[in-house]
Design a protein around this ligand. Structure first.
Ligand SMILES: *[C@@H]1O[C@H](CO)[C@@H](O)[C@H](O)[C@H]1NC(C)=O
Ligand SMILES: *[C@@H]1O[C@H](CO)[C@@H](O)[C@H](O)[C@H]1NC(C)=O
Ligand SMILES: *[C@@H]1O[C@H](CO)[C@@H](O)[C@H](O)[C@H]1NC(C)=O
Ligand SMILES: *[C@@H]1O[C@H](CO)[C@@H](O)[C@H](O)[C@H]1NC(C)=O
Ligand SMILES: *[C@@H]1O[C@H](CO)[C@@H](O)[C@H](O)[C@H]1NC(C)=O
Ligand SMILES: *[C@@H]1O[C@H](CO)[C@@H](O)[C@H](O)[C@H]1NC(C)=O
Ligand SMILES: *[C@@H]1O[C@H](CO)[C@@H](O)[C@H](O)[C@H]1NC(C)=O
Ligand SMILES: *[C@@H]1O[C@H](CO)[C@@H](O)[C@H](O)[C@H]1NC(C)=O
Ligand SMILES: *[C@@H]1O[C@H](CO)[C@@H](O)[C@H](O)[C@H]1NC(C)=O
Ligand SMILES: *[C@@H]1O[C@H](CO)[C@@H](O)[C@H](O)[C@H]1NC(C)=O
Ligand SMILES: *[C@@H]1O[C@H](CO)[C@@H](O)[C@H](O)[C@H]1NC(C)=O
Ligand SMILES: *[C@@H]1O[C@H](CO)[C@@H](O)[C@H](O)[C@H]1NC(C)=O
Length: 672
């Protein structure tokens, strides 16, 4: 009897230490998951099991560590920790195919210049391969695997696959140290792992959306679904635009429009880390500055008499099969853009200029679709003239080919014969080593905020300022057919370019956004993320850019307070920060794919962007000590022993109850 009690006590204490072990979780901060996105016929990205994936940590420092993972017969499941150099498509596929691998964590501090030697773009080598001019109903070949726009590397296509396992990223020094410490302390040496408790990770990133957009949208809206669960949501946001002459005041008979476009979004494999400096920010800032100067140059003229109007527009969601621009084209075709009352037609567009991946470079390329397009040639000649006048040494190379780079322009040219071109820093292949990745940051564009100190003329700031200045004068000439006073002092200063680049490349907690006077303090968390996100949520970048464009192109009108301001004009905004009233023609339009507004549209058709983002409840990583498998077996065996002994004991008690307790009438078979 005493022996039995002793065993029971031992077991209770053993299981309780097990429980304590189990609960010793450390939540790892500063980790970012890869999530699931879906198009009309497939899903992409990463997911964990519903309750998370557990695996013993194994950090791959060298090739023998790697061999150990794949060659050995292990009983445990592992989470593999990789550095960027080994985070290749090939390696990930091997891990994905190995049943013992339960997750992958990429750790890489950016500070130590880790990544200069790599070109890390997990994107397709032909971004937006199936849309724009390549859409099924147009079917022009603009990119092939043999002649890609985004160079092929060992990391290409990672974003274009569906992974069975969760993949996380951390660049946080402390987090990385915690993981490495725990690994060294508990998991090394590898040869004796069987006997010990091991350091493990539990990765939770369960994605509800699966199969494809068609399936998950149908499930989300299923009529039999009493309590509708959203499995996925369409990607999208708003396009931001401003015409130099308000639409209702532009009465010229020819109704010519020059469209100046850039994109407002970028993306990345890891959620919330779309830094987009070269893919988005530099061109976006160049557009904002150009608009600012062009509005200033035309301030004193009567704009209504201009022969042409200029429409500055920032397209959103372009990373996902041109959501924004395909919607604008769709709206134009349906007489809905910008509004029903004053629609723009395709024929009204006499020139389309797009800015794409601009950077400090003496060589800038312009890509045209039709050779010897007179409208383009004329504009380029003007640009060269002003460029010389400003001593802005840019060599413009022309690429005339039907192989247009990925661009919003593709959607326009697919529908109408429009003159246009794309200004870019690349000619036949991107110079961006980190296209659509988290390393497309300030280092990628060689940018350093100079905070009102002297700015040299060979910096990115100078390049963008000079470019915007020359571009604005060229546009002025284009719409007025007269030269602006090239000797006027109105130019974009390097400092102004510096302040805007700082906001769009480093942090939104910056001087320029603060100076606008908009009541956006709540928006001023420093996080920069160019990912378009789902239509239900406004992206911060969109809101801030709309305000920035208002500030840069609006004019102050006198008003004493908010109500007074609102009564002066329907385009007036009260700036609570500076107590001023700003009148501006900036507006937004839906950047939601036509696929989600056309009734009964078949999302698998591929004519319009069909991208959705999976929903999820939580994503996190916890670190804990996992008891050794020997220990777990021991607990299991003891457990089985307890169960069987208790049955035996019970049986024995039942049979001997009379002798043991002397209460014969209380114990009966039915009460047991
Ligand atoms: C979804 O993506 C896959 C792979 O990139 C492509 O083959 C397919 O055509 C796309 N489907 C749609 C509807 O866009
Ligand atoms: C590889 O790294 C492990 C530590 O993770 C170390 O024990 C081993 O000696 C290294 N092997 C080589 C060949 O450097
Ligand atoms: C990991 O990266 C290093 C450095 O590029 C390389 O030498 C090694 O072969 C890679 N190992 C694997 C398994 O990819
Ligand atoms: C990963 O594994 C899953 C399930 O085995 C498979 O469906 C998927 O295609 C694999 N992904 C890649 C990129 O190999
Ligand atoms: C070129 O510009 C003129 C007006 O400046 C316009 O009428 C014509 O349609 C444009 N050409 C093309 C191909 O867009
Ligand atoms: C351009 O350079 C010439 C000759 O060096 C100089 O005279 C002129 O002032 C410069 N123009 C500008 C806008 O800096
Ligand atoms: C489009 O315009 C270009 C140049 O103006 C011309 O060469 C081409 O034939 C036109 N294409 C069509 C389909 O009208
Ligand atoms: C810029 O300079 C000002 C004044 O010298 C300083 O207060 C501010 O902290 C600096 N900002 C940054 C981001 O370095
Ligand atoms: C920068 O200034 C120097 C000296 O004034 C001049 O020689 C050089 O051409 C300028 N560089 C650029 C890119 O404007
Ligand atoms: C800018 O570009 C010029 C010419 O390509 C180069 O000489 C200069 O070093 C670059 N400056 C920076 C800051 O990258
Ligand atoms: C500047 O432009 C004005 C008007 O075009 C002209 O009268 C003046 O002479 C110019 N000044 C210089 C210094 O070139
Ligand atoms: C445009 O005009 C505003 C107000 O007059 C001025 O503050 C701003 O510096 C001007 N911008 C440029 C690029 O000249």
């Amino acid at each position: 009897m005493k022996l039995l009690l002793f065993i029971i006590c031992q077991i209770v204490s053993a299981t309780s230490t097990l429980n304590v072990h189990d609960k010793m979780y450390t939540q790892l901060n500063a980790v970012t998951p890869c999530i699931v996105r879906l198009n009309g016929s497939q899903s992409f990205g990463c997911t964990s099991e519903r309750n998370g994936n557990v695996g013993v940590i194994h950090i791959v420092y060298n090739d023998s560590d790697w061999k150990w993972v794949l060659d050995s017969e292990r009983t445990d499941s592992y989470v593999i920790v990789l550095f960027l150099k080994n985070f290749t498509l090939n390696n990930l596929q091997k891990l994905n195919n190995s049943e013992q691998i339960n997750g992958v964590l990429l750790i890489q501090e950016e500070s130590n210049n880790c990544c200069k030697e790599f070109s890390f773009s997990p994107e397709d080598v032909c971004p937006n391969r199936y849309s724009g001019l390549a859409a099924p109903n147009i079917n022009k070949e603009v990119c092939t695997d043999h002649e890609p726009w985004n160079p092929l590397t060992d990391f290409s296509y990672i974003s274009m696959h569906k992974w069975r396992i969760p993949i996380f990223f951390s660049n946080d020094k402390d987090t990385i140290m915690q993981i490495e410490d725990c690994f060294r302390k508990f998991n090394l040496p590898l040869s004796t792992q069987l006997d010990r408790a091991l350091c493990a990770l539990k990765m939770s990133a369960h994605m509800f959306g699966s199969v494809d957009s068609t399936t998950c949208i149908r499930r989300s809206s299923a009529r039999y679904n009493i309590n509708p669960v959203r499995y996925c949501d369409p990607l999208g946001d708003e396009n931001v635009y401003v015409p130099i002459i308000p639409f209702d005041k532009f009465k010229n008979l020819n109704r010519d429009y020059v469209i100046v476009a850039a994109r407002l979004d970028s993306t990345s494999l890891f959620y919330g880390l779309a830094s987009g400096s070269l893919s988005t920010a530099t061109s976006l800032v160049a557009l904002l500055l150009t608009a600012n100067l062009l509005f200033n140059l035309t301030q004193n003229n009567n704009r209504r008499h201009f022969k042409k109007n200029v429409l500055f527009i920032l397209f959103n969601g372009e990373a996902y099969d041109y959501i924004g621009s395909s919607r604008v084209v769709y709206d134009i075709e349906n007489g809905q853009f910008p509004f029903k009352e004053k629609p723009i037609n395709m024929d009204d567009i006499s020139l389309f200029v797009e800015l794409s991946q601009l950077r400090n470079d003496t060589f800038t390329t312009y890509h045209t679709y039709h050779s010897a397009d007179k409208n383009v040639t004329r504009f380029i000649n003007i640009f060269n003239k002003f460029s010389k006048m400003r001593n802005f040494s840019v060599n413009l190379n022309s690429i005339e080919s039907e192989r247009l780079p990925p661009s919003s322009f593709q959607n326009f040219i697919a529908k109408a014969n429009i003159s246009g071109f794309i200004f870019s820093s690349y000619s036949r292949v991107f110079k961006n080593k980190y296209y659509h990745s988290l390393f497309d940051n300030n280092a990628n564009v060689n940018y350093k905020y100079l905070n009102e100190t002297d700015i040299a003329n060979d910096t990115l700031q100078a390049f963008i300022a000079n470019f915007a200045t020359v571009f604005a004068y060229s546009l002025f000439n284009e719409i007025t057919e007269q030269d602006a006073d090239v000797n006027v002092s109105e130019i974009i200063s390097y400092r102004m370019a510096d302040e805007l680049l700082h906001c769009y490349i480093d942090t939104t907690d910056c001087k320029f956004f603060a100076d606008t006077g908009f009541d956006v303090m709540s928006l001023l968390t420093s996080k920069l993320d160019y990912y378009v996100g789902v239509t239900l949520v406004r992206n911060r970048i969109t809101t801030l850019t709309k305000l920035a464009l208002m500030y840069l192109t609006g004019k102050y009108i006198s008003a004493s307070n908010r109500d007074d301001c609102a009564s002066k004009s329907n385009m007036a905004y009260w700036l609570s920060g500076t107590s001023k009233c700003l009148e501006s023609a900036v507006n937004v339009s839906d950047a939601v794919s036509p696929a989600f507004i056309i009734p009964e549209y078949d999302l698998s058709e591929g004519k319009y962007s069909s991208w959705t983002e999976s929903s999820w409840l939580q994503t996190d990583i916890r670190m804990f000590l996992k008891p050794s498998s020997k220990y777990e077996w021991l607990v299991f065996i003891i457990g089985m022993f307890v169960i069987s002994t208790s049955f035996v004991t019970l049986f024995w008690l039942k049979h001997n109850a009379r002798e043991l307790f002397n209460y014969p009438h209380l114990i009966t078979a039915s009460s047991l």
